[in-house]
Design a protein around this ligand. Structure first.
Ligand SMILES: CC(C)(COP(=O)(O)OP(=O)(O)OC[C@H]1O[C@@H](n2cnc3c(N)ncnc32)[C@H](O)[C@@H]1OP(=O)(O)O)[C@@H](O)C(=O)NCCC(=O)NCCS
Length: 187
């Protein structure tokens, strides 16, 4: 895989997706203070902003190492940051399989932004990361996430009873995959 410059910006009709920066910490902190916001995601609300600095630095190292690419989602017209999406390699021995996860600030829900950002990152995965498969998952109760995933064309794979851990308990997830469309045979 070729190296991906940290200056990479994915443009969509209404959004721009850029690599994360320490200036996004206040946004991440603010959403993690909303009761229940993190319930459908594997990461726990941090106790201090400093924890988010450490995580952001790790994210930037992962980008440099080609292991995971975290983008801050901005509204293009105003440059307002309002979400996050990550595509990460699932296993170093399977470099063509990647996984995505995302969130959007509640002030901007139900405007199609998660779907628009995720479509751009799926294209990035197939075109720039040479992915052949991209996986994703949602907690089985997470209807908004399910809708986004289905709209993107992911295929349902099955249930994973131990999807991720939350407060010491496993949260079951539904798992999905999307594969690069290979040229079909003509009849
Ligand atoms: C899941 C999440 C990212 C969706 O973001 P979003 O930008 O509102 O999603 P979209 O606007 O692209 O919605 C796509 C579809 O889902 C539907 N949808 C979104 N929120 C919904 C809700 N609360 N209830 C029912 N449907 C919903 C939309 O209506 C749309 O379908 P439509 O085009 O048929 O109307 C957002 O709810 C979120 O950040 N949740 C908290 C974090 C999280 O759980 N992330 C996912 C982890 S797997």
């Amino acid at each position: 895989m070729k190296s991906i410059p940290i200056t990479t910006v994915l443009q969509t009709e209404r959004l721009q997706l850029r690599s994360i920066s320490l200036s996004d910490i206040d946004l991440v902190w603010s959403i993690s203070r909303i009761p229940g916001f993190n319930d459908g995601m594997a990461w726990e609300p941090p106790e201090t902003k400093e924890e988010l600095v450490t995580i952001a630095e790790k994210n930037l190292i992962n980008w440099k190492d080609g292991k995971a690419f975290s983008f801050t989602i901005e509204i293009a017209e105003t440059n307002l940051p309002m979400g996050r999406i990550t595509i990460r390699r699932v296993d170093k021995d399977k470099p063509d399989i990647w996984n995505i996860g995302f969130w959007i600030h509640p002030d901007h829900w139900r405007l199609g932004y998660a779907t628009e950002a995720a479509q751009a990152v799926i294209n990035f995965g197939f075109n720039d990361l040479a992915a052949s498969k991209i996986t994703t998952a949602h907690a089985i109760w997470n209807t908004p996430s399910k809708k986004v995933i289905e709209k993107l064309g992911f295929q349902f794979m099955g249930i994973n009873p131990c999807g991720f851990m939350k407060e010491g308990k496993s949260v079951p997830e539904y798992e999905y995959v999307i594969e690069i469309k290979k040229p079909g045979k003509t009849l």
